[in-house]
Write a protein that binds this ligand. Structure first.
Ligand code: AMP
Length: 374
């Protein structure tokens, strides 16, 4: 199957080929025809599967066709996403895929001054990507109306609920026109999410790819049995052994992330920490530097990392094990993306053994125990 088979228009095909996308991913193959058919959709897919393009491409194509007759820059597509990082990432995807069509898109999220966002909104936008809190704020100040929305995407619905956004979503829903297409994405489908989807979708088509327990075969998973007190030394040794690779290190706590960053700095290893206590600006700067290769090591907590898409990330290190096995899958899924090879190294202390059992049960794969470097 090719993108042409999915009836993607020439200007978008040109943008995709510039991105070196050769064939659609499974979620794109399944979801794009549904999106074009105007039906509602439930997409069960996690980040890394290409789901952003699965909703962005049909939206861009449909709006590009309709806006060519109608130059009013009203918000015709709303994409609601839980974190600022995801919002920025989705906005970047729109920049890429809509390069050769006449379409305006804008992103709004909290934690930063609203003025530049308001200035951009005043110039008019066809697509709005938003996090719930800032969106509600801007609506209440009358900078935004959702009355003209034709396509509504609820991204990472499970994450939205985990982060306590359910009330915000319930406030937003009645502000949308009843006649619209809704594309609902979630990595998992627990009862609460299924109920929410039922309450907002009309006769949806459900498509599902790679459930959360699946770890792609392109990720090599190694396990180091190591005492807690020896973890920092092991990290430094491993980082020094592979001085050219970009590495994402996960810490369970913010304090732990800062501590690891300090130790690495002392050893002359350039790094940044990202977590919930860092300002949005600092987090963004750290990510930009990491993506451009300026810093090669980033230490993150789970809240700051989920959904972050870093092309060519080679190594993920679990300095601590997460509290739930699913998080392990999300963490290591930052590497080995879109068919690239990746390595996930996990440091497991005596206290953490039980979690390894949970992870192996969930993924159905045994982690490869490797001996500590001499
Ligand atoms: P997402 O699940 O939307 O976060 O996308 C995961 C990664 O896959 C991103 O780096 C995309 O640029 C990339 N990607 C999406 N669709 C394709 C495709 N058809 N071919 C190659 N890479 C893709």
């Amino acid at each position: 199957m090719t993108f042409k088979d999915l009836n993607i228009s020439e200007p978008i095909l040109k943008a995709l080929s510039k991105k070196k996308y050769e064939t659609p991913t499974p979620i794109q193959e399944k979801a794009i025809p549904v999106a074009f058919s105007d039906r509602d959709l439930v997409g069960i897919a996690q980040t890394g599967t290409g789901k952003t393009a699965a909703f962005a491409i049909p939206i861009i194509q449909q709006l590009a066709q309709s806006t060519s007759n109608d130059r009013k820059r009203e918000i015709k597509a709303l994409i609601l996403t839980p974190t600022r990082e995801l919002a920025i990432q989705i906005d970047e995807c729109f920049t890429d895929y809509a390069e050769y069509v006449d379409l305006r898109h804008t992103v709004v999220f909290g934690g930063v001054n609203q003025r530049p966002q308001v200035e951009k909104l005043k110039r008019g936008t066809d697509v709005l990507i938003a996090t719930p809190g800032r969106l509600l704020d801007l609506i209440s100040q009358q900078y935004i109306t959702l009355a003209h929305v034709e396509h509504f995407v609820l991204d990472e619905a499970d994450r939205m609920l985990d982060m306590g956004f359910i009330h915000d979503i319930k406030r937003l829903l009645p502000m949308l026109p009843s006649q619209k297409q809704t594309l609902f994405f979630s990595a998992t489908m627990p009862v609460t999410i299924a109920k929410l989807s039922k309450s907002i979708l009309h006769n949806p088509v459900t498509v599902e790819v790679a459930p959360v327990s699946s770890v792609v075969d392109t990720i090599k998973q190694n396990l180091y049995m190591v005492e807690k007190s020896e973890k920092s030394e092991l990290l430094v040794t491993l980082l020094k052994k592979e001085p050219s690779k970009s590495v994402l290190v996960f810490s369970r706590t913010k304090h732990g992330a800062d501590k690891i960053a300090k130790i690495l700095c002392k050893k002359g290893i350039g790094c940044d920490a990202i977590h919930g206590n860092k300002s949005q600006g600092a987090r963004q700067r750290a990510l930009t530097n990491f993506k451009s290769g300026k810093t090669r090591v980033i230490i993150a907590t789970d809240i700051a990392s989920r959904g972050i898409d870093i092309a060519n990330l080679e190594v993920v290190i679990n300095y601590d094990l997460p509290d739930v096995a699913e998080t392990y899958v999300h963490r290591i899924g930052r590497t080995g993306r879109a068919g690239n090879q990746g390595t996930a190294l996990t440091f497991c202390s005596r206290e953490e053994h039980l979690m390894i059992k949970d992870i192996q049960k969930l993924t159905g794969k045994k982690l490869n125990v490797v001996s500590l470097p001499a």
